[in-house]
Write a protein that binds this ligand. Structure first.
Ligand SMILES: [Zn+2]
Length: 167
């Protein structure tokens, strides 16, 4: 079941970000880098899911890094991690990881407080030709596999309520 989810997520990523180079951020295994549109499912299945940190598209990665520097909550979390002081947000220290300018909660990318960046992500999952405007729950489920930010549930809800196509 987990594998099925992982593989379907991978397909989604390839379809949702056409023409963009997909990289495996902070890779524990580099094998993923060579995967193209005709990805080899057998190779995927050989590698345990725990070896992967969620993928982020290259251009998005730079925006996330830049935004993280200016995000006060992210900076507080990073500080708490470094100083081993109490976290300013729910979750234990071990849930969080700060590598190469990107903050992650349980391997999932923390999206910094940048309204356009967050909106673009929702749009990517909600309005991709292959997804065809899924509802609130489905959109959130797709998004949450790769990205996290505080208040994302409310934001997804508002986005869909404001989506002309969905009304
Ligand atoms: Zn819609």
């Amino acid at each position: 079941m987990r594998w099925h989810l992982f593989l379907s997520e991978f397909d989604i990523r390839l379809e949702y970000v056409p023409g963009k180079e997909l990289i495996q951020a902070d890779a524990l295994s580099r094998r993923h880098d060579h995967v193209d549109q005709t990805h080899d499912e057998n190779m995927q299945v050989m590698l345990p899911e725990s070896m992967f940190i969620r993928m982020i598209a290259t251009d998005l990665r730079d925006e996330v890094k830049k935004g993280t520097k200016n995000d006060s909550l992210a900076q507080k979390i990073i500080k708490a991690l470094e100083e081993k002081s109490p976290m300013p947000i729910r979750g234990e220290h071990k849930d969080w990881l700060y590598i190469d300018g990107i903050l992650r909660k349980k391997g999932i990318c923390y999206v910094p407080d940048d309204i356009e960046l967050r909106k673009n992500l929702i749009r990517t999952y909600h309005e991709a030709p292959t997804s065809g405007h899924p509802g609130k729950y489905k959109t959130l489920m797709l998004l949450i596999k790769n990205y996290y930010w505080p208040g994302m549930i409310t934001m997804v809800q508002k986005y869909i309520e404001g989506c002309a196509t969905c009304q």
